[in-house]
Every structure is written in C-alpha cells, then in structure tokens.
Design a protein around this ligand. Structure first.
Ligand SMILES: *Cc1c(COP(=O)(O)O)cnc(C)c1O
Length: 516
C-alpha cells in the first residue's frame, strides 16, 4: 500500500467528544437508519460568539446573518433564533422557515434570485431586501404600491468593482449591479423613494482572495459616499459570506497529499484515485496540465480570522484599514457567513454494508449512503472519515484506544446507487484500521452544504434523517464542549431552544454515560 497519506479532519472539542461516544452513535444509526445527519446546534452559538468578538476588536456594530442555504436544519435555525444573530434567506421557503423559527423581520435579510411571492412576503413582514438591481428594485416598489405595503428597506447588491492604480478587479458575477451603473441605480432609488428606503450596499463574492474582497469593501464605502452626495442616508455595508473553513487538522498532511497527487497524475508514483481521476489535473507527454480543482482544505486564516484579516487589510487606494473606513463613516457592518458559521456543527454517519477486494486488488467499501448524502467531494473538500467501529474494538483516534491488529489500509468508498459514478470520493482513502461490515464511517463537518444541499430520493433510497444532539449543561456561554452530561438527542424538527432544559429536567440526567 505504501505510506498512508492521511487527511485527518480538524475536530472541535464538541465533535471530538461525540465521535468518542461510539455506542451512542451506533444506537442512533440503528434506530434511525443510514445515512444519518447529526447536528450540534450549540456549536453554532459558539461560532457566532467568535465572529462577534472580531466585531468588538474593531469596535464595529452590525448584524451577523447566517446564510440559511448552507443547511436545511430546523434545529440550527431555531438555536440561532435564540441568539442575537440574523439570518439570510434565499427563497420563499427559507423565509417562512425563519419567521416560523422565531426570527423577527428586522433580523432577516432576503437575498438571491426572488419570485414575486418571496418579495411580497418579505415586504409584507418588513424584512430587509438585498436587491439584485434596478429591475428587482422596480418590481419591489410596484408590489409595495399595489398592495399598500410598508416602505421596504433595501440593500443594493453591487458587483464588478474596480480599483484605480491597482490591478485587482473583482470577478464578474451573475448577481448584483456593476458599480459602473451605480448612478443609474441611485436615480431609480430616488424615483422609488415612496416605496423603498435605501439601507446600504453590499456584495457577496465567492472567492478566498483577501485582495479582491478589499477592493469590493472599499468600493462599497465609496458607493456610500455617492449615496450621501445625493442626500440619502445609508447605514450598512453588507459584505456577504465566503469566510471559509479549515477542514483539516494538519497543514503538512495537506501539502504532502497534494504533492503526491500531482506525482501520481504524472505517473511517478502509484495511483491515489479511482480510475486515475486527477481532480482537474492531467498529464500529456510529460507535462502537467490543468489546475487542482479542490477546496483549500487546510486554511490557516478562515472563518472569523478571515474577517479579522479583511478588516485589518489596508483599503487598496485609501490606504487606511478597512475597519477604520467603516468606523469613520459610522457604518454598520453586516456579514452573511454560511459555511463558516456551520463549521463543526454536524456530521454524517454512514453504515458499512460490504467490504470486498476487486479483481484488480482494490479494497472496496460500500456504504449505505450515496455521494449526494456526503457531498464533500462535490464541494472539492478532501477529508478522511472517522471509523466508528461497531464493537468498540478501536476507539475513535482522539480517544487513544487500542488499534485494531489490521493496521492502516487504503480503501475506495462506494455509494449505494447502481451507478459507476456513485463513489463517495474518487480518491483512495487511508484509514488507520480496516473497516468491517456494520461499522460506521463518520464524515465530519458536513453541516455547511455537504449534508442536504443535493440529497434526494434517487432509487427510493432513504433521505438521511436529521437529529440534533446536545449534552446537559453544555451552554454556549461555557467553555466549548465543556458539558459533562450524557449525550441527548431528538429529531431535528422536534428541536426547540427550550427542549434542552425541558428534557433534562424530565430525565434527571440518569442515563449511562458512554465509553467517553
Ligand atoms: C451563499 C451565500 C452566502 C454564504 O456563503 P458562504 O460561502 O457559505 O459563507 C452569503 N450571501 C449570499 C448572498 C450567498 O449567496
């Protein structure tokens, strides 16, 4: 097999403690089936607190909106409703869900492409609408007038920022109004003043580039000046999401893995993937072609640290830190993190159905889950699952239990559909010990987009159920994962922020602790 090339997941204490509770996880999957999505709502509150701390460092105010599209869970949305955060909804269904979870309209922003029904409910309830451009602005104003709705607060989504004296431009986007058309947009805002009230401007850029986002943020501050020059009084700059997540525990593993993958594509070492898949790379007559189409799975600066870095970044032409520009204008800062707020908030369990060796000598591990149930690969995230043995013969790596005599093994993970392409991942996955039928593989950190974004009922295979889990005494205010009580669970749709205390009182905390 050669030296195993691990890509070990980064685990926050709460998720690590859950993974060490193998009996609890097996009981859940036995009762509720495979695949099974397990959510940790309290983690969301901790992640939020870390973003809020960055606001405090920079003495900024404004709302942190969770981008709902990252996960459909009710538990996450309801847990968030019990904090001071807001929520970014991108469809009529998400807006209804947020309202029903207890978010008041002042804590909701409506983004994304909108239908008339979505716009109507947003305006009817008084949600801030992040408008894409002039056409949407006019459509909204017409709805407000026609149905006698209250004046709607709008944020104007801008795009295609440029920066004089610097080569950085922001990438073209299907969404938003190019800043070059700002004047015409503001004229429309003035013309619709009876129906809409400009609350500010914003952008959402799907890039990891700080330089690019700095250009956009400075562009927004300049746009705010243009508002003021017309006697308008905008308050907020909304810089969208895209703060990112660091998925892997070890940067060196990531470096080594991508180096070896390149070598494998060049044919200089044995293959590391199923049927020589190259993740965007290929090789022609001794030359490497293409680029690695993967998420940078180990990121030293991600989530709230990325926000901190952006706010500390010098404005490309004005020179001062971007946070200073916001402070000088007395502007509020809104952010819309999806993936970063969902970081470490959930994992997906899949049962091992079969382990066999193919004629060509590959070990195939078939799971009771499909590639759409564990969409890490779809998002370009390469990360090892954690083996949760059925009989506790080897505890999860963090628990430091005895290791199975089998030793490290390279396997291919196949899904449950009759499709050649239904591989959970196309890479060879190295595990510290061989999985057996009945074991669980835990794919951690799937709550952001990798859990239910695409999951469907192909072949009438079951859609993963969702459960929320928590521990008694584990409040967001305490040190992370410090709750000492046993794990509790309920179906996702049964979770409400009051459920924890309520059920704890009923049960009195008398259940057996797991092997943790
Ligand atoms: C998807 C999206 C987000 C969240 O992006 P992340 O990368 O998950 O942080 C925020 N705002 C808008 C408008 C989006 O479309």
């Amino acid at each position: 097999m050669g030296v195993p090339l691990y890509l070990e997941p980064r685990l926050a204490p709460r998720a690590a403690s859950l993974l060490a509770s193998g009996r609890f996880l097996h009981a859940l999957a036995d009762g509720l089936g495979s695949p099974l999505n397990v959510l940790l709502p309290d983690q969301l509150a901790d992640n939020l607190a870390r973003f809020r701390a960055v606001y405090r460092t920079h003495r900024l105010t404004g709302r942190i909106f969770f981008a709902h599209k990252a996960n459909r869970s009710s538990a996450l949305v309801r847990r968030l409703a019990a904090t001071d955060a807001g929520i970014d909804v991108a469809s009529l269904g998400e807006l209804q869900h947020a309202l029903g979870a207890g978010f008041t309209p002042d804590r909701i922003v409506a983004t994304g492409p909108k239908t008339p029904e979505f716009l109507w409910l947003a305006a009817r309830t008084g949600v801030v609408v992040h408008v894409d451009g002039r056409a949407e602005l006019e459509q909204l104003a017409a709805l407000v007038r026609r149905y006698g709705l209250p004046r709607a607060d709008v944020l104007l989504r801008l795009s295609e920022f440029t920066s004089e004296g610097s080569r950085v431009l922001t990438r073209p986007s299907r969404f938003g109004t190019p800043v070059a058309e700002l004047d015409a947009l503001l004229t429309t805002v003035e013309r619709c003043a009876d129906a809409v009230r400009p609350a500010g401007v914003g952008y959402h850029l799907d890039t990891t580039s700080l330089a690019e986002k700095a250009v956009a943020l400075e562009g927004c501050v300049r746009a705010m000046d243009a508002f003021r020059a017309r006697g308008l009084d905008p308050r907020a700059v909304d810089i969208g999401g895209g703060f990112g997540v660091s998925y892997l525990a070890d940067g060196e593993q990531w470096e080594r893995y991508t180096t070896e993958l390149t070598q494998a594509v060049m044919g200089r070492r044995p293959a590391l993937t199923w049927r020589r898949h190259g993740y965007g790379l290929s090789h022609e007559a001794g030359t490497l072609r293409g680029t690695l189409a993967l998420y940078p799975a180990h990121r030293p600066v991600a989530a709230e640290k990325y926000l901190d870095a952006l706010l500390s970044h010098a404005a490309p032409t004005l020179g001062r830190p971007l946070a200073t520009l916001l402070l000088e204008g007395l502007y509020e800062l809104h952010i819309e993190p999806g993936r970063a707020l969902a970081d470490q908030c959930g994992l997906t369990l899949a049962r091992v159905v079969e382990v066999r060796d193919t004629a060509s000598g590959e070990r195939l591990v078939r799971l009771a889950a499909g590639a759409d149930d564990v969409a890490l690969e779809e998002h370009g995230v390469l990360m090892d699952p954690v083996l949760v043995p059925r009989d506790g013969r080897q505890a999860a790596p963090d628990a430091g239990g005895p290791v199975d005599a089998g030793g490290p093994v390279g396997v291919h993970l196949a899904g449950n559909l009759c499709l050649e392409a239904d591989m959970i991942t196309r890479r060879t996955v190295f595990l510290p010990s061989p999985p057996r039928e009945g074991d669980l593989l835990a794919f951690v950190n799937t709550a952001g987009y990798c859990m239910d974004f695409r999951a469907g009922e192909a072949q009438r295979q079951p859609v993963a159920r969702k459960v929320a889990v928590w521990r008694d005494g584990d409040a967001a205010e305490g040190p992370e994962g410090s709750g000492a009580g046993p794990w509790r669970w309920c179906l996702d749709e049964e979770y409400w922020p009051v459920v924890q205390q309520h059920r704890t009182r009923q049960h009195g905390g008398g259940e057996d602790a797991d092997e943790a």
